[in-house]
Design a protein. Structure first.
Length: 170
């Protein structure tokens, strides 16, 4: 399964956000900030629910370090969320991985930095899903969803394991 054009654009914008904020790596926070700068489904949901990211934007500003320009890497947490986003695209019957699937992955892993931040502003998996369903009609794979909503299962890599199983069967 491939990433949507929108997801790829978001990845590019995340790198630009990291550069603008003076970071030498791309974190899940940069993805969140990039989502706020484009017209995508998660951003619509954030606005509908008045979830505020001002504190996050302010906390990301660092002194620029020009010595690392061009050597940006993804944090382990963000890599895991991106891999798990594939699992959430399957749960919701999508043919591409989209930004909303990344948000589901971040919300499911409440011990990750992004998961902690999203929870601190009042966002949780069920609420985001409810808003998602208000905007878009979805078909839900209940079995995969029940696994994907369990924080411990996400931390132990169960979605990643299921991805491998499905890949080997297909």
């Amino acid at each position: 399964m491939k990433h949507s054009k929108e997801f790829d654009e978001l990845s590019k914008n995340s790198r630009e956000s990291a550069i603008a904020f003076g970071w030498n790596y791309i974190s899940s926070y940069h993805f969140l900030i990039s989502m706020l700068k484009s017209d995508n489904l998660p951003n619509k949901i954030f606005k509908n629910r008045n979830w505020n990211f001002e504190r996050l934007s302010k906390s990301l500003v660092k002194e620029k370090d020009e010595s690392v320009r061009g050597n940006y890497y993804l944090t382990k947490e963000l890599e895991t969320s991106i891999k798990n986003a594939k699992f959430y695209s399957w749960i919701y019957g999508a043919t591409e991985i989209k930004p909303e699937h990344l948000i589901f992955a971040m919300l499911a892993d409440r011990k990750s930095d992004a998961g902690k931040y999203l929870n601190s502003i009042g966002m949780d998996y069920s609420e985001f899903k409810s808003e998602y369903q208000n905007i878009k009609e979805i078909k839900v794979n209940k079995l995969l969803e029940s696994i994907g909503k369990i924080n411990l299962a996400v931390q132990f890599g169960i979605p990643k394991f299921i991805n491998k199983l499905i890949k080997n069967v297909a």
